[in-house]
Design a protein around this ligand. Structure first.
Ligand SMILES: Cc1ncc(COP(=O)(O)O)c(C=O)c1O
Length: 429
């Protein structure tokens, strides 16, 4: 990875704004801070405020957000009801600790269980922590069965977080490098390949659970087929494995259902959520049903901040808004429109290897590395996108986007990809 300094210099040398985007000159660049660990190659733009799918930088320039803080601000920026819930709760009670009962936590737990088909919730602060919780449940489940070294089957190309256990579960050697020895107890199999799982059932000892995403977001927007998930559910049943779905990115409406696995009509044993649950207020949850919901005893697990009144009240408000505004249906409709437009407008580009999507999770895979597109999108198109696995442009717009905003995102992405690939622009561009 380039150093933040080099990244900054590269950008400064290449600033241009596409004439198709409202002008106002290049954005003012922020220098990388000497007081922050250089863990991120940050884009040197400082956003000061947002509203819906729009952001404004320190000089008032407007940007269109097609990434929603990486599937977090699913209701858009500065949603008035969320702002109101935060302000009101902050004036009443923010934190008491899990030594006492927390009414908003109980309400949110009840709500999430009824939407997901689960029975109990454990609250934490992030996706990685939610997955850590799931992995601890898997180990307890194994030990209850007398398995001394429980193993969890995980997928190639997956992403489950950056803590040591979730990093080991993640199927991307690039993010694991340097952090060895990896936490043991994981066996990797190819995604969407039921035969590989059947083979593992025969050959691998001590398997107690399978952990996977219904849509691999960081892995380039790869979608588990309903048949695969149904076969997997059966296989887990036959072997007494916990089926653990990581819905941290795909969950809470983004794919057109509350949870990605619901498209396949299967019921997992464990479900993890985070990202969109707080619309930017940190919160995560691990949900479970059946035996898996009864495994923890007091003292087994905990979190100081997890499930505090502020985060849980916001979580309840987020679910209210998604339900009331039927944002799942909207995500399905807008996602289809985005996918159809991109496929039609990029059909003549042989360097576009595939365009995949499920609701408002869309990936455009190129035949070459394209990480520079994040910067070019920002500076040339005033657009926020991400690039994952080096060659897939990923779009995760807010579920509250209007049709016009989705069309605008599609147009800017088409211009960006065409100009990157050096293809001739159509007359209407
Ligand atoms: C599917 C999935 N699981 C887990 C995580 C980790 O979440 P967090 O960054 O909140 O720890 C992510 C983050 O991108 C994710 O996409």
């Amino acid at each position: 990875m380039r150093s933040p300094q080099t990244h900054f210099q590269d950008i400064a040398m290449n600033l241009t704004v596409d004439p198709g985007v409202a002008s106002g000159g290049p954005p003012r660049l922020a220098e990388p801070s000497p007081h922050l660990m250089p863990a991120y190659a940050r884009e040197p733009v400082v956003f000061e405020r947002g509203r819906g799918a729009r952001l404004w930088d320190a000089e008032g320039r407007e940007y269109l957000d097609a990434i929603a803080g990486v599937a977090v601000t699913n209701l858009g920026h500065a949603h008035p009801e969320i702002a109101e819930a935060i302000a009101d709760q902050a004036q009443r009670l923010v934190h008491t600790s899990n030594l006492y009962s927390i009414e908003w936590q109980e309400r949110l737990g009840r709500r999430l269980c009824s939407l997901s088909g689960m029975q109990r919730a454990f609250f934490c602060n992030s996706g990685a922590e939610a997955n850590e919780t799931a992995l601890k449940l898997a180990r307890l489940h194994g030990h209850r069965q007398g398995v001394a070294s429980p193993r969890v089957l995980v997928m190639e190309n997956s992403f489950h977080g950056r803590t040591l256990a979730t990093l080991a579960a993640t199927g991307n050697p690039a993010v694991q490098r340097g952090f060895e020895p990896l936490v043991p107890g994981f066996v990797r199999v190819p995604y969407n390949d039921i035969e590989a799982l059947r083979q593992a059932a025969e050959e691998v000892s001590g398997v107690v659970a399978v952990l996977l995403e219904s849509v691999q977001g960081e892995g380039g927007v790869r979608i588990a087929t309903p048949e695969y998930l149904r076969d997997l559910r059966r296989l887990c049943q036959e072997n007494d494995w916990l089926l653990m779905m990581d819905e941290v990115q795909a969950g809470l409406g983004r794919t057109g259902a509350w949870f990605g696995y619901q498209h396949a009509q299967v019921l997992p044993d464990v479900v993890t959520v985070a990202k969109g649950l707080g619309n930017g207020v940190p919160i995560g949850a691990c949900l479970a049903r059946g035996q898996a919901a009864e495994l923890f005893e007091p003292g087994n697990h905990g979190s100081t901040f997890g499930g505090n009144p502020l985060a849980c009240r916001v979580g309840c408000a987020v679910l209210d808004i998604i339900e009331r505004e039927r944002l799942m249906t909207q995500a399905a409709v807008l996602g289809r429109r985005l996918l159809t437009t991109l496929r039609a407008r990029l059909a003549d580009q042989p360097a576009v290897a595939a365009i995949r999507g499920h609701g408002l999770m869309v990936g455009i895979e190129l035949d070459r590395p394209c990480t520079d597109l994040v910067t070019r999108a920002l500076t040339e198109q005033r657009l926020l996108i991400s690039v994952t696995r080096d060659r897939t442009v990923r779009l995760l717009p807010a579920l509250t986007c209007t049709q016009a905003e989705i069309d605008d995102i599609a147009e800017r992405v088409v211009r960006l990809v065409r100009s990157f690939l050096g293809g001739r622009q159509r007359a209407r561009d």
